[in-house]
Every structure is written in structure tokens, then in C-alpha cells.
Design a protein. Sequence first.
Lengths: 522, 350
Amino acid sequence: MLATAPLGAEPQPMTAEPILEMRSIDKRFPGVHALDDVSMDVLPGEVHALVGENGAGKSTLMKILAGVYMPDGGEIVYKGQPYAPHTPGDARDAGIVTIYQELNLVPEMSVAENMYMGMELHRGPFLDGRTMHRRSRELLATRLHLDIDPGTSVGKLGVGQQQMVEVAKALLHEADIIIMDEPTASLSLREIADLFTIVRELKSHGVSTIFISHHLDETFELSDRTTVLRDGQLVSTQPTAELTTPSLIQLMVGRDLADHDPKKPVEIGDEILRVEGLTRHGVFEDVSFSARAGEIVGLAGLVGAGRTEVVRGIFGADPLDRGNVYIRDEEVSIKSPRDAIDHGIALLTEDRKSQGLVLLFDVRENITLPVLDRLTRTQLTDTAREREIAAGFIDRLAIKASSQEQQAMNLSGGTQQKVVLSKWLAAEARVIIFDEPTRGIDVGAKAEIYEIMNELAAQGDTIVMVSSELPEVMAMSDRILVMAGGRIRGELSRTEATQERIMHYATASDGNEYAAGDPVHD
Amino acid sequence: MTEAPTAKGRANALVRSVISGAGPALVLIAMAVGLWIMSPAFRSPTSLMLIGLEAAALGLVAAGQTFVILTGGIDLSVEAMVSFSGVIAAILIAGTNVSGGQIAGGFPSWIAIPIALGLGLLIGAGQGVLVTAFRMNPLIVTLGVRSILLGFALVLSRGSGIYIKKDDLLGFITGRFEVFGVNIPIPLVITIVIYIICWIVLKKTKFGRYVYAIGGNETAARLSGVRTHLVKLSIYGISGFLAAMAGILVMGRLESGAYQNGTNLTLMSVAAVVIGGTALTGGIGGIWGTLIGVFMIRLVDAGLVYMSFPSQAKEIMIGAIIVLAVLIDTARRGQIPWLTLRLRGGDSGD
């Protein structure tokens, strides 16, 4: 089994000899056995999907490959040689490059400067900008079929193109293995398609890709083999063609998740929230809609359509230039999140870690943060009351925390989302806005979040849900509003909604780059 | 992290404990014992009382600084505030800004002191407005205000100290009392009382919770309905107020309001806060650690004197302490990989 191919051999397309073998990798963190005897191999030119729930150990395993962590046990053989990177630089020099969800680019610098960062070309003591520029353009054009001016500053590119720059940078480092950690999380559908084309292109050149994604359909579309991790242990590695969605989910969660319609029908009551003419110049224009008790209104659209900005405006997180918000037909003035909370509106932000939680706070402190003022009349805090409230929600939402005093930073994504939700339920919000409620959340926790949304709707709460995942929008919404270019372009009832119709509105805006060429069939 | 009790393991454990929680208190005790043994002069009641007096002023300034740093900010204006409030109070008490002998022709101190404290509160809060409503960088705002306040202190006092005669109130708050033959300075008692109040505010009140929430994640705090601007503005007000209070104590003790009264207190206060375990990034720490930091700095300061170092060496000491304090802060947060002192839980992967 030892790969003894001599170094510098011609790239061989798809041989049986793995280019990389990780054997019995073991890694512990204080209190967590993150990886327990995990083995995995990668073939040259293979797309290898790595899947598992949050906390399964995927990222830890990849960070060991990338030289971020040192393993506590096990060995890695790469191109027939023992491989033990001490720093990310070691890994990159060896030809293993990681592209993280948060891209490592300097927005103010040009594409070429970013690509050559750390390995700039010189002519004498001076930077050889011209050659770097020319080679960047060649590489982008020949390998990635991209016509980007290498002089453009990276900040002016879309997220998808920025990711391509990262890929180009990896190619410049002559990467043999590219690790992509949730590369599609913030990409539009078109950008995802482009990325997949590139991955296939890399494959044809013998470059291997390790691909981490929560989207199982992407796994099926792209990968040759799939490795499943669960609770830090290897479950299986097998050809993706032998798997089905249900069988893969079962491997990931270790139990059957019935694949039924997650939405439960509820009686829809009176109008609770109405917004009229919401405008923030240059961001969104003249947005009007309403939502009723028990109703789940989906806000669909492509990344950058202005959905997040609209709900932030309603919540008072960003100022509005114009427009009115009505609660139960009464106009309310919302100038800050505090005002919105006092009027029973809550916002679960798309990024829980940076906006939803105080990670240094424990579960209890996070849950009671918006309601401290209501708990006591004095300036003092009432810890006993806080404990009672936190205990209630930990029980009600089945929050998996070791105790109320567990720090939020040590919780999984799904559990963090439940803590954020508890916070708003504690604040007695009746209009709950979810922005990408299941982003970065694994399959099991996703079902739980949907279940909670059902319960809220059943008790007459109003839900507005921003989501970029079409299956989610269609499964959970009673009504779908589609935004593009800062405006609402269409409204579809639950029965009318199809992926094609939603995409039709989502791409049909004036001067939208996605408009041309997208299939629009009813 | 289970290590066999080898010599190296024990040494690591010691280093770790020094840098984390209980460490600073142990170091403080060790320093005091060391000085006690090595320097007879240190043992004298007078010297202990002087250290207590010096610790009081630094303690008040550092208490305010703790609040500011807990929210992730910094207040570089404090030493100027100490000088400024002292000069203001001295002029009010003297009734003139022409320095001469010890004068008390103006207001009684029960009027002068509240005015000086009120100005401290207002100017501090004003800095808070610039930091919050105008979104200015606290480092620059407080550095600028520092210069403005020092300038005013210099101009108002015409470059020399305003000497005053203490009245009963000022005499009392800068005085001492005797318990079992030990002189206890009243300023130290005032400072301890303030620390107890600060502890209650930080740990037992909503305001305190908001301070930690802002330091931990200001965006999340704001989106949870915390009036972050109001809290931060208050924080700078508190810092200004406590620095002004320190200014009164220093002025009263020296019987002189002069622009040098606050010299070095900014750096020392930041050092005390950081040595005491409060993270410069905010959100982690507490008030008692700061008090330990304050005494540690005062002991080092006194130690230099009693070990017969030249007084000029003081500047070196302060500089070394602040750099060391920041090094400890960085190590504590696990940001120096080769030190690999995994002091806090560590991330669990995914």
C-alpha cells in the first residue's frame, strides 16, 4: 500500500496509487476527542467529498493537512514521503493548498498582487510587475477560462470571482491537492456552476480536490468518492456513485431522518407585520410586503439581491431612508434594534458568531441579554430568574449544552442557532425574522430548526425567512417574495412556486448579469 | 494535557499559573515578602503608608481604565485628567491662579471638589460621544484630549504649581487613621470602597453585563437591544470621573495643583489592568485583578527606591512593565504559538 512513486513523475490521471494517505490520525482538544483513529486517502485527480455533521471532525482533519494543527497520533504519507507540516506555509510549499470559506485575499490589492503574494517575481531589486501581470492573465485565461484584468483590485470582484483568484493562487503554487472548505456557502447558483467547471478542469490536469460541503447535492454532483466522519470517527469511504441521499444522511447522522415535507400546515390569522416603501438608497428601493400570524414568508433571491439589508432595515440595525413599518396596522417608529425588540420583532442574523452571540458569554447570559431590563426594575441582575428562563429554553428547544454556564463559543452551529432563538423567544418576539436560518448547520439540527419554526407558526407567530437555498424556501414558506437588484420582483404562493419560477424573478431584474442565458421555463 | 509530574512539567505548570488566574496574586505576595526581607527601609510604617497613598491614586485611575478596556476601548487621557482636575480644584480653593505661598482665598473644598469631579465626568462623557456618535477611534480621541487637558492644566496654572492650604474636608480625605498602631491612609480606604462599588457594578448589575457584552461582541450586543452607545459613553464618563477623583487626592496630598501631578499614570493604569488579567481586546477580566496589578506596580516602584536604583530608572521600569504586561496578555490568549500555553479551553475544531 505504500505509495512509492518517484517524486517528479509525470502526473498520471487516476491511478490506484494514492497521492496522500492519512493513517490513524488522532487529535484531542481539552475535553474533546476531535479525531479518533481516522484514516483517509486521496487519489491523484480525484474529487473527494468529506462530509459529516458539525463537530464531526472534518475541519480538524483538514487543518492537520494544512499545517494548522499537529496531530497527536497517526502518520501522513504524501507522494510516498512522510508528511508533517508545522505551519500552513509548509503545507503550501508541499503543494497542499486550502481555500477557506473566509477568503485570504487583500481587497485593496490587485488580482496579480494577490496571486503572487509571498512569491513575488523580481528583476534585480525591483518587483517585476509586468511579468506577474502577464503570467496572471495567462493562468486565469488558460486554466480557469476567466477574462479578469489582473490589475483589478480584488475588492471590486464578486465573491465567486474572488474564490477563482484563490484557486488561481493555488495553481500558481503548483498545488497537487486543493482543499475547499464550504466553498459554495456564499456563492450564487451561477458562480457555483462556474466553480464546479473549474474543479472538473483541475481534475483533468491531475489536481486532487478535497471538498467539504453541507450541500449533499453538490457532493453527488461533483465527487468521485465520499468519506463520512461522525463524532471524530471514520464511518466510511466509498465511491459516491454507490450512495444515495438517504443512505448518505444515514451514514452522517447514524439514524434515519425521514425525508418528508418539513412544513406543517397551520391556520393563518390576521396581518401582523406590514412594511411600505422601505428604501435605502443604492441598496434597496420601495420594498413593501406584509406577513400574517402563523405565516412563514420566504424572501428568496440571489446573493446580493438586498434581502439581508431589507430585514436589517426593518429591525433597525441599519438606518432606512424612507418607508414605514406597521405592527397590527399601527405605525411603529424603529430607530434601533432596541425599538424593534420592544415592538416584538426579532432578527436571527445570518452570521451567528459575529452578530448573533457573545461567544465569551455562557448560554444563560446570551439568552437573557435582550431581556435583562424586563427581569428586574432595579439596576441589579436577577441571576435566579435568569437561570429559570435559561433552563426553560434549554429544555424546550433541546439545547445540547453541558450546562447553562457553557461558553457559547464551544457549542456547535445548530446549538448556537438554538441559543439565539431562545434569546428572541425570551424577549417574547412575535415577528421573527430568520436570515439564512440553517447556513452552516448540519442535517440533523436543520430538521430541528424547521420543527421549531413550525411550532412558532402554530402558536400564531409571524415568520419572515431569508434563504438562498431554494429547496428550503419552497419547503418552508407559505408565500415567497423574490428579490433582485434591491426590489421585490415577484410573489409566489406555496403552490405556485417552482425553482424555475423563483429563478425567473431572481434573475429578471434590469441589467442583472445573471439575466441573460439563464433558462426560464414555466 | 495530562503531564507526568516531571521537573519540566512542574515548571510549565508554574509558568501557566503565573500567567493565568491566581498567578498575579502569588507574584504580588512573593514580591512583598522579598522586599520585606531584603530591605529594612521597606518595613517602616511610613514607607508602607506611602505605598498605600501612591496605590490609591493609581488605583482609582486604573479602576476607570478597567471599565474602558473591558469594552475593548482605551483611555489615554487619564493622566492629563488627574493633572487637570487637580489644577481646577487648586485654583478654586486658592481663589487665584497666581502661585504664591499656600493660599485658600477661594471656595471651600466641598464646593471645589464636586466641580472638579463634575468636569471630569463631563469631559470623559464628551470623549465617549466622540467615540460612539462620531465613530472616532478611542486611541486618537483620548490622545488628543490628553494633550488638550494637559495644555489647559499648564495654561491655567501658568506652568507652576498652585499651592493651597488644606481645609478640614480636604485634610480628612487625604489624611490617615490609626488601627492597632498601623497608619491607614484614608485615600486607600476610598479606593477600596470604589473597588467594591466597581465590583458590584460589573458583576451584579445590568450595566456591568452590558460592559462585558460590548467587549465580547459589540455588534451582537447592539442587535440584542443593548444601547451600546449609552453604555460606552457612560464608561468614558466613569473613567473621567475616577481620574478626576485621583487628581483631587494627589493634589490634596501634595497641597499643590500642577500639570505634572498625573505623570505616568496612563501607562501605569493600562499596565495594571492588563497585568490584572483583563484582555486588551475586551470582554474578559475584572476589577480585583486590576487592584493586584496596581499594588504590583507600586511595589516594583518602591522596590527600585529601596534597592537604591537611581530614580531616573523609573521610566525604564514603567516601559518594561507595560511591554511585559502586553506580552502576558498575548500569551494568555494563546496567540504566541511557540509558547503553546493553552490556557483557555481551546477551540474544538469544526
